[in-house]
Ligand binder design. Structure first.
Ligand SMILES: C[S@@+](CC[C@H](N)C(=O)[O-])C[C@H]1O[C@@H](n2cnc3c(N)ncnc32)[C@H](O)[C@@H]1O
Length: 253
């Protein structure tokens, strides 16, 4: 069977499900737990009673954190397998999260001007049609609503291109599609996914076109606990691994 480009990317995530879920839920993703989540949730702040969409939510680990912080949360991802596993957790512990299988570039399930916050944790770099996704986020946010997303830092990410590992610091300009080889020993099974290197200008232009105005930017630093427990995190004291951006919808599109 011939799969179109996006179907291939989705298949990679569907195939990675078992390994990904073990990685995330068993605390093996320490870049999440000791670097990105503490900084992102600090930026998100008090969300009690707010309507939040967690876009490209995967198996729902961060979606569940959002709900435990008091928000009313919806999750969406294009991987049917990941959404199925997120729903299974919801059956085990009813948190009131509604999950949808959806493409981030087409959020027809949701009305315009609806959500207070849209989050997208470490996923916009994996979304092929990111400009459409950003435009859809702007549509479904209410005025003064916030879009908060994290991505690998476009200036410093490493990519595998033509089987060679290269740093964006040596090849920053120009968009490129590349593979991410998930091959750490702590994985149950290695897997491969696809990401897109884009410049900061590309992201900021897309936000600007959709009338989402950047209000804050964070280059997270590891927690003290994380540094003691996971020495590789010391690298992040020198070069940022990720970037978190908050933007606000200040006017109608
Ligand atoms: C690195 S994972 C992050 C998952 C989740 N945000 C988390 O923090 O655990 C990237 C996610 O993006 C999803 N994804 C990629 N392209 C997508 C698209 N076009 N629409 C919706 N989800 C997408 C994948 O299925 C995967 O779950």
């Amino acid at each position: 069977m011939f799969l179109c480009k996006e179907e291939n990317i989705k298949k990679e995530w569907n195939d990675a499900t078992e390994s990904w879920v073990d990685f995330v839920r068993k605390g093996k993703d320490y870049y999440r737990d000791e670097l990105n989540n503490p900084a992102t949730f600090e930026l998100i702040g008090d969300i009690r009673g707010l309507l939040v969409l967690d876009l490209a939510c995967g198996e729902g680990y961060n979606t569940r954190i959002l709900v435990r912080k008091g928000a009313k949360v919806t999750g969406g991802d294009f991987s049917e397998r990941l959404v199925e596993l997120a729903k299974q957790e919801e059956v085990k512990e009813k948190l009131g999260i509604r999950y949808y299988v959806l493409d981030a570039a087409d959020l027809k399930e949701f009305s315009s001007n609806y959500f207070d916050i849209v989050t997208c944790f470490m996923a916009l770099q994996d979304i092929e049609n990111y400009e459409e996704a950003i435009s859809e986020v702007a549509r479904i946010l209410r005025i003064k609503g916030r879009f908060i997303f994290s991505i690998p830092h476009p200036c410093f990410e490493t990519m595998i291109v033509d089987r060679k590992r290269i740093s964006a610091a040596r090849r920053y300009f120009g968009a490129i599609k590349y593979h991410v080889q998930w091959s750490m020993e702590r994985l149950v099974k290695p897997f491969r996914t696809t990401s897109f290197h884009r410049t900061l200008t590309s992201y900021f232009d897309a936000l600007y076109k959709s009338k989402l105005f950047v209000s804050r930017l964070v280059e997270p630093r590891p927690t003290e606990k994380g540094l003691l427990k996971h020495p590789p995190l010391r690298e992040v004291l020198v070069i940022p691994q990720s970037i978190i951006i908050e933007c606000i919808k200040i006017t109608e599109g």
